[in-house]
Design a protein around this ligand. Structure first.
Ligand SMILES: Cc1ncc(C[n+]2csc(CCOP(=O)(O)OP(=O)(O)O)c2C)c(N)n1
Length: 646
């Protein structure tokens, strides 16, 4: 495990918390920014994590903590993957080398970690609503001085939630500043009409000239004293509404719009933010930044350097594990290649992703069949209802959403897809424990929240071939809503491109016969069971293993066979135990009046922190070792190994 600490530059070394930063004079801020940027490069290169986004907001971060009285003034970061500079300046420099590492600090702002982290994040587009809530609370508490600042990227701004926040904020008289960190990028290039609009506003010379002249005019008038101020207000009202409102979307939503300004000019930003502090009501400051700023390669290939993994900071070489034999592919790539194959066979298939083309590998289809693959922006709800609309017309949308982001679109799944029994195929990537991103990104709940929806087929492949075959099966007639969930990372089959075979819906398979104990798995953890059974056989223990493939509908025929033969059952899933796959098996047992002892392994009823997947499987007691121990305990074999606890 890397966990290397590095030395900070001379100014940064003296800054433990923002009040130390505020002791410096403005002329020193450029150097502080440079040192902060270098510190991020030094640590992320050896420890991993998000990279380009934090580099892009170094000056903004310094300016914000310099101007505002944090933590009393509230900074609300959107997504939070860009908040490394913020973490380093707010008491966590000395532990920053543990960022995203098991039992280390979180890669995202987290309220329990620091008073400077005002709101827990990981999912996007929450900052405006959260900061508005804080601002209104301050108003209700008659605290007029406190400032509330949401920092949101142009990518995050594409979500409906951000607009819901803006729409409400426009009519609340509150100390809210929205900083739009516009770098034209999401993880992949940002998409949609808003992006075009922001580019227009940034580059339109007429708009900026008129705006500058209006501000200049107001500045001149306001020098003439109180009477003139009244005139100034009138002029402002008339001129601004005539010239700006019509042409500025944010002004139309009753925000005062400032910018665009250079988000890398720290001294200018300090000046502008100091001015904004004095202006009441909702305001938006449009900052132009470069994702990856200051690290040339990251500026050039911003998607690759969003979260590059470990790299040599001097040469820019991204380390790849040394591989001496062919490796199984990532599940996401199996999805990406398979959807292209299927779409070539069936012209009704389309692919949809909300802002994760490279994350889920739909970019393969976007390249191969661009007119049938859609990146719709960070808009999970829209992605689902858009898919529903396509399905009403006989198209077969494969809507790929990370399991945890799917939580956003639950009503759309129920109301727009399932209730109308539309054939939308939900491919849920990052199902289960997602790793270093932590609790915001673990896909823990999807089995539980999908299996209670009528019409919904809930499936999970144990390997690449099953993923392909489930994807193939899902496009057959009369399928209705069909979910296929798989984890982050690699599968288990090197030779995975086998011919397609339909899998009858609601059928599992016996992986190996056995005695006394039956282990029922769903999805990828079935491979942990295979390992455990291989080991146990050496000890003379022979549990049977079934890969159930479907959480809904369950394979009733197979289950009757299993419950008739076995009185001791273990279920295993990479999902929450409450309400998930194991619960479905227990319900089957109750409903069919069987009496067996069921032990459910999976994610316990608490939020699991970050770490490597294998560390988290261990912690949650469902890796191969835990399965072996459970079997031994059930069979009454004593062992010195850790006792299974839930
Ligand atoms: C609801 C949700 N969907 C998708 C993501 C994955 N995601 C993380 S960062 C990001 C891009 C954010 O772009 P932007 O807000 O412009 O910030 P930048 O990285 O450009 O600084 C995306 C899509 C997420 N965190 N939350």
């Amino acid at each position: 495990m890397p966990m290397q600490q590095v030395e900070a530059g001379p100014l940064l070394d003296k800054i433990d918390i923002p009040s130390d930063l505020r002791k410096l004079n403005e002329d020193q801020l450029v150097q502080v920014s440079n040192e902060l940027r270098q510190y991020i490069i030094d640590i992320v290169s050896v420890n991993g994590g998000h990279f380009g986004a934090s580099l892009g907001v170094v000056e903004l971060t310094v300016a914000l903590h310099y101007v505002f009285n944090t933590p009393n003034d509230q900074l609300v970061w959107d997504v939070g993957h860009q908040a490394y500079g913020h973490k380093i300046l707010t008491g966590r420099r000395n532990v920053f080398h543990t960022n995203r590492i098991y039992e280390g600090i979180s890669g995202f702002p987290k309220r329990s970690e620091s008073p400077y982290d005002t709101f827990g994040v990981g999912h996007s587009s929450t900052s405006i609503s959260a900061a508005l809530g804080m601002a209104v609370a301050s108003r209700l508490k008659k605290d007029k001085k406190r400032q509330h600042i949401a920092i949101i990227g142009d990518g995050a701004m594409t979500a409906g939630l951000a607009f819901e926040g803006l729409n409400h904020a426009g009519v609340e008289d509150s100390n809210l500043i929205v900083i739009l960190n516009d770098n034209c990028m999401s993880i992949d290039p940002n998409v949609g009409a808003l992006k075009e609009y922001l580019t227009d506003i940034t580059t339109s010379q007429t708009y900026n000239k008129v705006k500058d002249e209006v501000w200049k005019l107001l500045g001149v008038i306001s020098k003439f004293g109180p009477n003139a101020q009244a005139i100034a207000q009138k002029v402002e009202g008339a001129v601004k509404s005539a010239l700006l409102k019509q042409s500025n979307m944010f002004e139309s939503l009753s925000f005062r719009y400032f910018g665009p300004i250079d988000g890398h000019d720290v001294k200018h930003m300090v000046k502008v933010l100091n001015d904004l502090k004095k202006i009441p009501g909702p305001k938006i400051l449009h900052c132009l930044t470069v994702k990856g700023k200051g690290y040339e390669l990251a500026e050039k290939d911003q998607t690759k350097w969003h979260a590059p993994g470990l790299f040599d900071k001097i040469t820019g070489e991204i380390y790849k594990p040394i591989i001496d034999k062919p490796q199984p592919p990532k599940y996401q790539d199996v999805f990406g290649h398979t959807i292209v194959e299927l779409a070539e066979m069936n012209n009704r298939i389309v692919g949809i992703t909300p802002a994760m083309p490279s994350g889920c590998s739909l970019n393969i289809m976007m390249k191969a069949i661009p007119d049938r693959a859609f990146d719709v922006g960070i808009a999970e709800q829209h992605a689902v209802t858009f898919s529903a609309g396509l399905a009403t017309q006989g198209m077969i949308p494969y809507c790929n959403i990370y399991s945890s982001f799917m939580q956003r679109a639950y009503d759309q799944v129920v109301h727009d897809v399932a209730l109308q029994n539309l054939n939308v195929v939900f491919c849920l990537d990052r199902g289960g424990l997602a790793g270093a991103d932590g609790p915001t990104h673990h896909g823990a709940f999807d089995y539980a929240f999908f299996r209670c929806i009528p019409n919904m087929i809930v499936s999970a492949p144990m390997n690449e071939q099953e993923l392909r075959n489930l994807m193939y099966t899902a496009q057959h007639p009369n399928m209705g809503p069909f979910s296929i969930r798989y984890p982050r990372g690699n599968g288990v089959m090197v030779d995975w491109r086998k011919p397609f075979q339909a899998i009858p819906v609601g059928t599992g398979r016996k992986v190996r016969g056995g005695e006394k104990v039956a282990i029922l798995s769903i999805g990828h953890p079935g491979n942990f069971v295979v390992d455990a059974c291989d080991q146990l056989a050496k000890e003379g223990l022979y549990p049977a293993h079934y890969d159930m493939r479907f959480v809904k509908p369950l394979d009733i025929v197979l289950l009757h066979e299993i419950f008739a033969e076995f009185k001791m059952i273990i279920t295993i899933e990479d999902g929450c135990i409450q309400g998930g796959f194991g619960s479905a098996i227990a319900e089957f047992m109750i409903d069919n009046h069987y009496a067996a002892q069921i032990t459910r392994l999976g994610i316990p009823d608490r939020f699991i922190e970050h770490g490597e997947q294998k560390e988290l499987y261990r912690e949650c007691n469902f890796d191969a070792q835990a399965i072996m121990e459970t079997v031994r305990q059930i069979e009454g074999v004593t062992t010195s190994a850790k006792v299974i606890s839930k």
